[in-house]
Write a protein that binds this ligand. Structure first.
Ligand code: ZN
Length: 182
């Protein structure tokens, strides 16, 4: 199976920022690289939309996934809210996508089996990368950078490793069960 991991933001687009200077783009990339390593040890093929701190357009992210004909697409982000108490993981899929829903649900269960987090649930959203990718796709918001505790967790190596394991195992489980090409 071939997977596309898409670390959100990058380069001059830092994404969400915590006041301590933690950049969302860096956390996303770090978790994506660890997830890619896990997938490779599971004998899977991995394409990354970026593997460095570079800015890349949404169009190019979608193009990379579609041109490489990957089986599953997974975008990795961190959340941000004006309320600093907001916490938890949420996973998005494209509205009405059954496979997207199964992917999001599988990923959520898999991540929660690796790390205990408040759950905000499975949601739908008309995100560009979910709309234009041709394969089952999900976008994970790992946790809130705007929450001091969660932001501290997100920078920890062991936490990033748990996320990476959860995402990698979830992707493989989903692909084995559902990701048949039409
Ligand atoms: Zn983001």
């Amino acid at each position: 199976m071939k997977f596309c991991l898409d670390p959100g933001h990058g380069g001059i687009d830092s994404g969400a920022m915590f006041r301590s200077g933690v950049r969302e783009a860096d956390i996303n990339l770090s978790v994506a690289l660890k997830t890619a390593d896990r997938l490779k040890t599971l004998a899977q093929q991995v394409i990354l939309t970026r593997s460095h701190d570079t800015k890349i357009s949404l169009l190019d992210r979608v193009r990379i996934a579609n041109l490489n004909n990957v089986d599953v697409f997974c975008s990795i982000h961190c959340n941000f809210a004006s309320n600093p108490q907001a916490r938890g993981i949420e996973i998005f899929h494209y509205p009405g996508s059954e496979k997207g829903n199964l992917l999001a649900t599988t990923l959520l269960g898999s991540v929660l089996s690796q790390i205990s987090l408040p759950v905000r649930g499975i949601k739908t959203q008309n995100f560009y990368v979910l709309r234009y990718t041709k394969m089952p796709a999900a976008l994970i918001e790992l946790e809130f950078l705007s929450n001091p505790e969660a932001s501290c967790l997100l920078t920890k190596e062991w936490v990033q490793n748990r996320f990476a394991d959860g995402i990698a195992f979830g992707l493989v489980r989903f692909a084995q069960k559902y990701a048949q090409k039409t």
